[in-house]
Design a protein around this ligand. Structure first.
Ligand code: NAD
Length: 413
């Protein structure tokens, strides 16, 4: 059992002002693996004060000085990349192969990319007689989800550091251990005190204290639409800037001339990647109406070939969902799909055969789905694919765009 009760404030690991333990659960076996602290508004005040103080000088550093910090972080991140991948698999259940290939390296990739950008970025530009100067906005509040934990943290922290901003991060309380390791990396990189601060906690307490804090100039939030709206509302009275990345229900249009079997197989695999817990997952597969039966058969084949198992076992392509709440939410969605009359082609309710522990679900495919069914409207965030028929390309585009979301889109031809 790991002890991760501290917050990282002003360059030091500090205890929460008021103790409030929270257990991090291994989703593969439902056993607690670590204890973190849930912070409060007073911890956020402390972290924001440190960030505000550091902003006074950090904002004035040169890009070259900031490049030194970023390059040091990259070196240390590289030395811990295996530990990072293992930590992510442990806390949120992604197969280790995926964590090694994508979840861990994604964090590094954001830092490497921002270094390239910063080397050539023009903070000042003369346009006619006007000098355009891009200045760091101030203290940034960063709130991240559990599904691609390090990707989300790094894609907020790296650009903020590069721009000359200071920050307070709140990682997801469901998967906070990668964030803890990340803070250790920044500490080891000797990032000066106050530039980066981390307070663990839940959304309604720490998330909302960050969003509403008068000394936070901008909030960058990734997560559900529900929480994104709460963040924007909490941020409004202090007129801070809000950047949001929310959910998705992306369409994957398989055109009439595509190699159907292959396109369906790739679409199924992409939908199930990371147990379907990706905001850009292609969860609505659009196929020509005349090919629905063949598409359903190909999807069943691809689903049957999916290897559900322990994230640390070789050959696993689909691990458990990240949490009990997520497991229950996905079960409800599958039930709804059955009730609304979609054709269950593969998977269904309950855990996979022979599995009694862990937040594992059956990878599930519905065919003959109408775009007005709940399973086609709402983000499920699990390995559940909806195959929807279309009449012609115009119809396919209409269906693809007929969604409250707008994150990504895919096509096969
Ligand atoms: P969530 O919205 O429950 O939580 C995300 C973060 O927000 C967590 O740190 C949480 O503690 C915090 N939070 C929750 N309520 C809050 C509140 N009232 N005020 C401030 N912060 C609050 O989402 P989740 O369940 O962790 O993640 C899944 C969702 O995130 C999915 O809907 C997914 O599509 C979305 N997501 C989107 C992207 C993207 O790039 N667009 C990336 C990853 C995840």
């Amino acid at each position: 059992m790991r002890e991760c009760r501290h917050f990282y404030i002003d360059g030091k690991w500090v205890s929460p002002i008021k103790a409030s333990d929270f257990q991090v659960i291994n989703p593969a076996n439902e056993i607690p693996i670590a204890t973190i602290s849930l912070g409060g508004a007073a911890d956020v005040d402390k972290a924001v004060a440190a960030a505000r103080k550091a902003f006074e000088w950090y904002a004035e550093t040169s890009p070259d000085e900031r490049l030194v910090f970023l390059e040091r972080i990259i070196e240390i991140y590289k030395s811990k990349i295996d530990e990072m991948a293992e930590t992510i698999s442990l806390e949120m259940g992604a197969p280790l192969t995926l964590s090694r290939a994508a979840q861990g390296p994604a964090g590094l990739a954001h830092f490497s990319e921002i270094v390239k950008v910063l080397r050539h970025f023009k903070f000042e530009e003369l346009q006619g007689s006007t000098l355009m100067r891009k200045e760091p906005i101030g203290v940034c509040g960063l709130i991240t989800p559990w599904n691609w934990p390090m990707n989300q943290i790094a894609c907020k922290v790296a650009p903020a550091l590069a721009a000359g901003c200071t920050m307070v991060l709140k990682p997801s309380e469901i998967a906070p251990l990668s964030g803890y390791l990340f803070a250790q990396i920044l500490d080891e990189a000797n990032l000066p005190p106050g530039v980066f601060n981390m307070v663990n906690g839940d959304g309604p307490t720490v998330g909302s204290a960050i969003s509403s804090h008068p000394d936070v100039a901008m909030v960058s939030f990734t997560g559900s639409s529900r929480a994104g709206i709460a963040v924007a509302l909490a941020a409004a009275p202090t007129v801070k800037r809000v950047a949001q990345e929310l959910g998705g229900k992306s369409a994957n249009i398989i055109l009439d001339d595509a190699d159907l079997e292959n396109a369906v197989k790739e679409g199924v695999q992409a939908c199930f990647r990371n147990s379907g817990q990706s905001c850009n997952a292609p969860t609505r597969m659009l196929v020509p109406r005349s090919k629905m039966v063949d598409a359903a058969a190909a999807a069943k084949l691809a689903t049957d070939a999916t290897n559900v198992g322990d994230p640390f076992t070789k050959g696993t392509s689909l691990g458990p969902l990240a949490s009990k709440a997520q497991f229950e939410k996905v079960q409800l969605s599958i039930k709804k799909g059955i009730e609304e009359g979609a054709e269950l082609v593969a998977g269904g309710l309950g855990r996979p055969e022979g599995v009694s522990k862990g937040y594992y679900v059956k990878p599930t495919v519905f065919a003959g789905v109408r775009n007005d069914m709940t399973i086609a409207r709402e983000e499920i965030f699990g390995p559940v694919l909806c195959i929807i028929p279309y009449d012609d390309e115009e119809d396919a585009i209409r269906i693809a765009n007929d969604t409250p979301y707008g994150l990504s889109g895919f096509t096969h031809q």
